[in-house]
Design a protein around this ligand. Structure first.
Ligand code: FAD
Length: 393
């Protein structure tokens, strides 16, 4: 949805001047400061943490968080456009910002005490602290309600035990929002959020190795062995799975925009390539089969742009349903992955080379299709919504 990129239905005309300015500044940052080094980071499986202050200066951490807590106080379309431009760079870059905004700042803002908000939100917005979100466990991903990680009440606080896996930013985070079961006064288990600082004894954050997707992103385990956290680190505002799920709704909103950025990068690359690559007698873009692929990409991107835009207007009107977010996340990520695979095909052998961004996006989108609810889990969510019958268990 940048003026000079694919905007077939002129969605740009629906954007305000401020929204376009937000997009332009993030776009410039990605082009000038992120893209020049992304190949090295992807190859080395590292993330350019030195860019953290620059992302903060762009309002990339907590864009919709009120300014009184250090956020940028922007609307949801601006947030979506930021995600799109960051992910046009790399899904790892968008994940870095998404986790901080939607999975760390959002729960503190929504469920935290006033003291927790005053302490953490301005630091997180300035990028002086990095956060992570620990929900998934080795044996519980799509079904987080089964989690084993547990908190036990002790004098002055809680003792945490358990293991979280696949946690973005885990090893570099200053604070982890950790979800664990805690028995209430009647002995009933409830899911609570805890803020765990990196220095806590009994808390380890080993880096995970061997990923072939989202390589320019830090992924870790969080291990708690009799880790004490004080009473004031409990998020007081929620005591059920609704807590983490509501955070995921926020993050999925950003992903439904972000995936379009990766799709656009692949489409533009394939379109340009098809005009210059001559095979047999003419540029491959002149062959009907290649045109059919490019037109499929264009129509999927256009539908995704309209979906994302409408979702943002519903969000700002306060009427967005989590199922609508499921549909946008499922559709736009699946479409982006399909577009990336087609682009890779159009580039022939060059499609697997890191001289072009396509294979990196394609590999990344395999993760994006799985995390924050797999494509099929969203399909089941929607199936339940329209039939009233749950096919989950
Ligand atoms: C790079 C990366 C970063 C991540 N970052 C984070 C993070 O920061 N924090 C965090 O908490 N988690 C994170 N995750 C974890 C992610 O959210 C989970 O991987 C995801 O929820 C899926 O869980 P799973 O991998 O255990 O798959 P499973 O739940 O084991 O699913 C395996 C397969 O079974 C299918 N399936 C599951 N249930 C059903 C059903 N009822 N019917 C039909 N099919 C079903 C799924 O669709 C999938 O195809 C990350 C993952 C990756 C790869």
């Amino acid at each position: 949805m940048a003026a000079d990129v694919c905007d077939y239905y002129r969605v740009d005309e629906l954007l305000s001047v401020e929204q376009r300015q937000v997009r332009a500044s993030v776009r410039r940052f990605v082009d000038e400061e992120f893209l020049p080094t992304v190949r090295q980071h992807f190859a080395a499986a590292t993330f350019p943490t030195e860019l953290t202050p620059r992302i903060a200066a762009l309002g990339g951490f907590g864009p919709t968080v009120p300014t009184e807590y250090g956020g940028a106080g922007l609307d949801s379309i601006s947030y979506g456009l930021m995600c799109l431009e960051l992910e046009r760079g790399d899904s790892g870059l968008r994940s870095f910002a998404s986790v901080q905004s939607s999975l760390v700042m959002y729960p503190i803002l929504t469920y935290g005490s006033e003291a927790q908000k005053r302490h953490w939100l301005p630091k997180l917005a300035r990028g002086e602290a990095i956060g992570c979100f620990g929900l998934t466990e080795p044996d519980y991903g799509s079904n987080p309600g089964g989690m084993i990680t547990r908190a036990r009440r002790v004098d002055g606080g809680f003792i945490l035990n358990g293991t979280k896996r696949w946690i973005t930013n885990g090893s570099i985070a200053d604070v982890a929002v950790v979800w664990a079961k805690l028995a209430d006064d009647e002995g009933q288990d409830r899911i609570h959020g805890f803020l765990v600082e990196k220095e806590r004894q009994g808390f380890a954050r080993p880096l995970m190795h061997g990923k072939w997707s989202l390589r320019a992103s830090i992924t870790s385990e969080l291990i708690f062995e009799d880790c004490f956290v004080p009473e004031e680190n409990l998020l007081p505002g929620v005591a059920s799975l609704r807590g983490p799920l509501s955070c995921l709704t926020q993050a999925r909103f950003g992903i439904s925009w972000g995936a379009l950025g990766a799709a656009l990068a692949c489409y533009e690359c394939a379109l340009g390539y098809s005009k210059s690559r001559v095979v047999f007698s003419r540029p491959i873009g002149g062959y009907q089969l290649v045109q059919a692929k490019l037109v499929h990409m264009l129509s999927e991107i256009t539908k995704g742009q309209l979906l994302a835009w409408r979702l943002a207007t519903l969000k700002d009107a306060g009427t967005m349903r989590s199922e609508q977010v499921s549909l946008a996340k499922m559709n736009n990520v699946s479409a982006a992955l399909g577009i990336a695979r087609l682009a890779r095909d159009i580039l022939g052998a060059n499609g697997i080379s890191d001289d072009y961004p396509v294979i990196r996006h394609m590999l990344n989108l395999e993760t994006v299709n799985t995390y924050e609810g797999t494509e099929d889990v969203h399909r089941l969510t929607l199936g339940r919504d329209i039939t009233g019958l749950s096919a989950f268990e």
